[in-house]
Design a protein around this ligand. Structure first.
Ligand SMILES: C[S@@+](CC[C@H](N)C(=O)[O-])C[C@H]1O[C@@H](n2cnc3c(N)ncnc32)[C@H](O)[C@@H]1O
Length: 265
């Protein structure tokens, strides 16, 4: 576990749902749900690892409840504050939450059919170690589905270009003693493929969200009066963005990698 990363997310927990309600995040949320829907429909015991304030956990629980039958949905996050916010927003949905570190998952072997983890793997102190844990708690043939922030050079450049005010704000915060130096590793597609090799059978390793990263985040995705403009741009480019994301070359420049992999036991 990394203490500064934990402090960062504990501090973020209160405003995290608000960040997640911005246009680009809503679009990402839509793409993630689309990718996960068939996996969620098939699985019975599901873990949302690094669940944050539970946006996807709630959707998974609602989806399973609608589907009927026996199931269990659990959200785990190493930030106690995130778990407090997830529980507070859960209402009567059939999901449970608990503090849990990806590096030492508090579950017995072979506990889950599906583990989803959205953008959390970039924060793990070692994705290599976390993948061992994920495979351990997955049942044989169980599925790992993740979105992981891309580290290919063009994706990195787009991010620095449009997120630079955010990075400057982070730096300023750090100078006055706030938590901002959190641990985050970006992975290229080849790095992910090699980490998964031998432990998982890769079913899908594609891009997700190429175009919105080149639409200025500041202020379009930050200032609420401009959200309709941002939403319009996202909608207008949505079809092309989906095609580019799946394209073997263009997809390399997406903001996220989408990983769907089956555990080899
Ligand atoms: C970028 S947020 C994503 C939250 C959520 N998955 C979502 O998509 O809304 C990353 C989350 O991973 C959690 N996290 C980071 N390192 C972790 C670890 N080692 N074990 C468990 N959770 C971790 C953070 O506390 C944070 O809530």
């Amino acid at each position: 576990m990394n203490d500064e990363t934990l402090r960062f997310y504990d501090e973020q927990a209160k405003g995290y749902s608000e960040i997640r309600a911005r246009p680009i995040q809503i679009y990402t949320d839509r793409l993630e749900r689309e990718a996960m829907m068939p996996l969620v429909a098939e699985a019975r015991d599901i873990l949302d690892l690094g669940c944050g304030e539970g946006r996807l956990t709630r959707w998974i629980a609602a989806t399973k409840r609608q589907q009927g039958g026996a199931f269990a949905v659990h959200g785990a996050d190493f930030s106690p504050e995130m778990i407090v916010h997830a529980e507070a927003q859960n209402g009567d949905l059939p999901a449970t939450y608990g503090v849990g570190d990806a590096m030492a998952l508090p579950f017995p072997d072979n506990s889950f059919d599906l583990i989803v983890s959205c953008t959390a793997p970039n924060n793990f102190p070692s994705l290599d170690g976390a993948l061992d844990e994920i495979r351990r708690v997955l049942r044989p043939g169980g599925i790992f589905c993740a979105t992981i922030i891309n580290g290919e050079e063009t994706a990195r450049f787009a991010r620095y270009l449009y997120y630079s005010p955010y990075y400057l704000a982070q730096l300023a915060k750090r100078l006055v003693g706030g938590a901002s130096g959190y641990h985050r590793v970006l992975f290229s597609r080849d790095e992910l493929a090699s980490l998964l090799r031998g432990r998982f059978d890769v079913m899908e390793l594609t891009g997700m969200r190429v175009i919105p990263d080149f639409i200025p985040e500041f202020p379009l995705n930050i200032w609420p009066p401009l959200f309709p403009v941002m939403n319009g741009l996202v909608r207008a480019t949505e079809g092309l963005d989906r095609r580019l994301s799946r394209h073997p070359r263009a997809g390399r420049h997406a903001r996220f990698h989408l990983v769907i992999a089956r555990a080899l036991k």
